[in-house]
Design a protein. Structure first.
Lengths: 169, 443
């Protein structure tokens, strides 16, 4: 049975974007790499197409990681502009909302340590503990603890963000 | 009783992928049955999982999913052109570069495609899972609604699908030129893209006809439109339009421009969801540059009346102008070339236009006039007290001393715009003093 990549694409794209955004802390780049990931797996047969996409995406993200420090600095500059140019043609509000939300999550993820963030994002994408351990260099036994801790941290950070928003509003 | 570690609880929640052993799982379950505190922990972990999932996956209504065709197009450029930085660990799919596909491979793909599609069609439509042929008429009926390219692909697949599988897989010598579908849209995609929307993708490669080298930076565009793209380092280009205009519904002309090469153009036909391939080989052209001739024409300098002051500094002497008096050179007065004519003192003023000047107290020996360049000059000769004579030249035109320091000569301007020049066997200063004493004789 041939893998129906378009179906996989439709059901998984958003998750992959979220996954990559979590790893890269860059939503726009995440969208781009998500497409790249699908483009690379397209035409391959896979027992677990979803897994292949995520694994490919994770690899792309890892290759990208070298430049992360540089990009982060760059992003800080871009962030300012981004708010200013609301260049959505079709639905500027949705666009803005989407960006704000992505920005909020990004900020929350930034409060996590590099390892916590990676573990959390990989875990959320459905990687098994063995693979998470391999990719992050942690021991397999530490994954559960890290996941539990990172989840709590992220949720706390996000509600803190909301709190700030509420205070401003 | 020792409480359960949060990490273990999380692992237990994550099930098989956490890889807990049977004993570990059993231990967790036994404990949870007895410990309310740990059960609360599990509930909290579950809640945070839900929260995190919501945060990390962009909400559906907020994150548009780009059309799948963009991924397909990208895959094609990946496979054919290929970024050089393909990471080793990433599974990279390469499309066969050649248009000719290895026969066995092609056949199996067609069968796989066909079978997949049939299965799809069957499960979705008629609900008659018995014979392959049963679905064929239905597919044929649907074919009319399809764009030509797709219809052709479907026909091919159908034909292959009708061949028993084992036989198809071993077909030898069959021409494997059937267009392999890059992707066969499902009925759902088709529904999302009504026939009126004409998506269009044109790709290809531009090479040097002689050397076969890829040409970078060639401009490839649809004639009569502003749509086009540039070739990359590998000579590849990709033009994608979400909505092609009506004018190219039945075909289009692609132009390729690159400096140093002859322009190429070719007509390409395409169907609605069509992808076209246009490879070009460009022939080098000898670039002929026209000779450049720079011409200029002498034009009169014009001064225009502007609000600004226009000043022209010129190194050359100003040309003689009518009405503007030129200074009278001293040498011209004293070299004897002029014919001096004696005049009566009373008439002098009429001749020269001003009352003659005299140095009071000195005897007047003679009063004469002469014309210098059309201007009258009066010469009054007076005797000096210490002997010798003072020649006092007078004119409304200035006198030009060849050299200010010249002994025996001095010039001065007196009231009434009268210029005086004195010549005497005296130092310049002394002569200048005399000139200052010279007055209107009538007063």
């Amino acid at each position: 049975m041939k893998t129906d990549w378009e179906a996989v694409y439709r059901t998984t794209y958003r998750e992959v974007v979220g996954f990559l955004a979590g790893l890269l802390l860059d939503h726009e780049r995440a969208k781009d790499l998500a497409q790249e990931a699908f483009a690379r797996v397209l035409g391959h047969e896979a027992d677990n197409p979803r897994g292949l996409v995520f694994r490919t995406a994770a690899n792309l993200a890892r290759d990208e990681a070298r430049m992360v420090v540089r990009r982060k600095r760059h992003l800080k500059l871009l962030k300012v502009e981004e708010g200013a140019r609301a260049d959505g043609v079709a639905s500027p509000w949705k666009e803005l909302e989407s960006k704000e939300r992505a920005e909020k999550v990004r900020a929350a993820l930034e409060t996590l340590s590099e390892t916590d963030r990676q573990v959390l994002v990989l875990w959320n994408a459905g990687f098994d503990y063995g693979e998470i351990a391999e990719r992050t260099g942690l021991s397999r036994g530490a994954i559960g603890t890290t996941v539990a801790r990172a989840k709590a941290k992220l949720v706390r950070a996000c509600s803190a963000e909301e709190g700030i928003d509420a205070a401003h509003g | 009783m020792r409480h359960m570690d949060e990490g273990v609880l999380q692992a237990w929640l994550d099930g098989p992928r956490a890889g807990l052993s049977e004993q570990e799982r059993a231990a967790v379950e036994e404990h949870l049955a007895l410990c309310a505190e740990c059960a609360v922990k599990v509930a909290a972990l579950r809640a945070s999982t839900v929260a995190v999932r919501g945060l990390l996956v962009p909400a559906g209504e907020l994150e548009e999913i780009p059309d799948f065709s963009t991924v397909e197009a990208r895959a094609r450029t990946l496979g054919r052109g290929g970024p050089s930085d393909q990471s080793k660990s990433v599974a990279v799919w390469s499309r066969p570069r050649s248009r000719m596909i290895p026969i066995g491979w092609a056949a199996s793909v067609l069968v796989a495609l066909g079978a997949g599609w049939m299965a799809n069609e069957l499960s979705r439509g008629a609900g008659e899972p018995t014979v392959v042929q049963a679905a064929a008429p239905a597919a044929e009926a649907a074919e009319d609604a399809l764009p030509p390219v797709e219809a052709e692909v479907r026909r091919t697949m159908q034909a292959e699908a009708n061949v028993p599988r084992e036989q198809a897989a071993t077909v030898e010598g069959a021409e494997a030129v059937a267009p392999t579908p890059l992707f066969r849209p499902t009925s759902e995609t088709r529904a999302r893209q009504p026939q009126s929307s004409r998506r269009l993708a044109v790709e290809g490669r531009v090479t040097d006809a002689a050397s076969g080298r890829p040409l970078r930076g060639a401009q490839v565009y649809l004639r009569g439109t502003t749509w086009g793209s540039l070739t990359n380092a590998d000579g590849r280009y990709l033009i994608m339009l979400d909505e092609a205009p009506d004018s190219i519904e039945h075909g289009m002309t692609l132009n390729v421009d690159l400096i140093g090469y002859d322009q190429e153009s070719r007509s390409l036909a395409l169907g609605d969801a069509g992808t076209s391939v246009g490879d070009f080989q460009l022939r080098q052209t000898a670039i002929a540059l026209d000779e450049i001739v720079v011409t200029g024409s002498a034009q009169k300098l014009e001064r225009r009346a502007l609000g600004n002051a226009v000043a022209i500094a010129s190194a050359s002497p100003a040309p003689a102008q009518a009405g503007v008096a030129q200074p009278i050179p001293v040498s011209g007065l004293t070299n004897g070339s002029l014919s001096w004519r004696a005049v009566v003192r009373a008439d002098a003023e009429d001749l020269i236009g001003f009352p003659p000047r005299f140095v009071p107290g000195l005897d007047v020996l003679s009063v004469e006039t002469a014309q210098v360049d059309g201007a009258p000059v009066l010469r009054v000769v007076q005797s000096l007290e210490g002997g010798g004579r003072l020649r006092l030249f007078q004119s409304l035109r200035a006198f030009e001393l060849d050299n200010d320091a010249e002994a025996g000569v001095a010039a001065a301007e007196s009231e009434g715009g009268v210029f005086l020049l004195g010549q005497a066997p005296l130092p310049s200063d002394a002569i200048r003093a005399l000139l200052e004493r010279a007055r209107d004789g009538s007063s």
